[in-house]
Design a protein around this ligand. Structure first.
Ligand SMILES: [Zn+2]
Length: 230
């Protein structure tokens, strides 16, 4: 049996932990995962992000209204909980009202680390999450890479969301300037590299893909420049 790393849930031979470093950003992150997706390591990057964020946790479920751990966090007076979710009514790091509401509390960012389809379902059930103040970016970002076929180019991965969020909080003096969020991108690039290499090995060996959309990819993939450079 292959030995598994219980931090990143990867085989020890290709464990990502060696590429991680703590990002001490004074923000608490909670990643909500659909139980089905929590098992699959391919799509979500929440687990990868949590390896770099010392004050973060992953909670799995679909309906969180009675989830003990999440409910306890949401009513803990030391936190100001927000839901990372785009929208006209979403606050950003530069909204004066965010600073006001935050006061001396710690920002607690809830991120749904799931496909768009599962996220919608989770939000429909979890009224304690969907009723939270919404929080988003003021910048427009594009993902450096997508494994899944995202419904729009504005969808960035969970790990990139954490990265840009910390940057924007820093720009507004809501996160310590000395906290370096780069480890988040570094480990994300490593994951991309690893997955592309695996995919190329599969193509070379002539094995069929494990995902339906892989069937269309029989050409070896180019390892992007941003990985070669780093
Ligand atoms: Zn590991």
């Amino acid at each position: 049996m292959r030995e598994i790393c219980y931090k990143c849930f990867r085989p020890k031979a290709s464990c990502y932990c060696k590429y991680t470093a703590p990002v001490n950003c004074n923000v608490k992150f909670v990643f909500l995962m659909h139980p089905k997706e929590a098992k699959r390591q391919r799509t979500g990057t929440g687990r990868l992000a949590s390896l770099c964020l010392p004050d973060s946790e992953i909670i799995t479920g679909i309906d969180f209204t009675k989830n003990e751990r999440l409910c306890a966090l949401l009513k803990d007076p030391q936190y100001y909980p927000v839901l990372l979710y785009p929208g006209e009514d979403a606050h950003t790091a530069s909204s004066p009202i965010l600073k006001q509401n935050l006061s001396d509390r710690k920002l607690l960012v809830i991120i749904i680390d799931s496909t768009w389809f599962c996220s919608k379902k989770m939000l429909r059930y979890s009224t304690n999450v969907s009723s939270l103040p919404k929080f988003s970016f003021y910048g427009k970002y594009k993902s450096i890479f997508t494994f899944k076929h995202e419904p729009s180019e504005y969808c960035i991965s969970t790990i990139e969301s954490c990265y840009y969020l910390i940057k924007e909080l820093q720009e507004n003096a809501l996160a310590p300037a000395e906290a370096d969020p780069e480890p988040l991108l570094i480990v994300f690039k490593r994951m991309i590299q690893f997955q592309l290499e695996k995919e190329n090995e599969r193509i070379e060996s002539g094995l069929p893909g494990t995902h339906a959309y892989d069937m269309y990819y029989t050409k070896k993939k180019e390892i992007p420049d941003f990985i070669k450079e780093s």
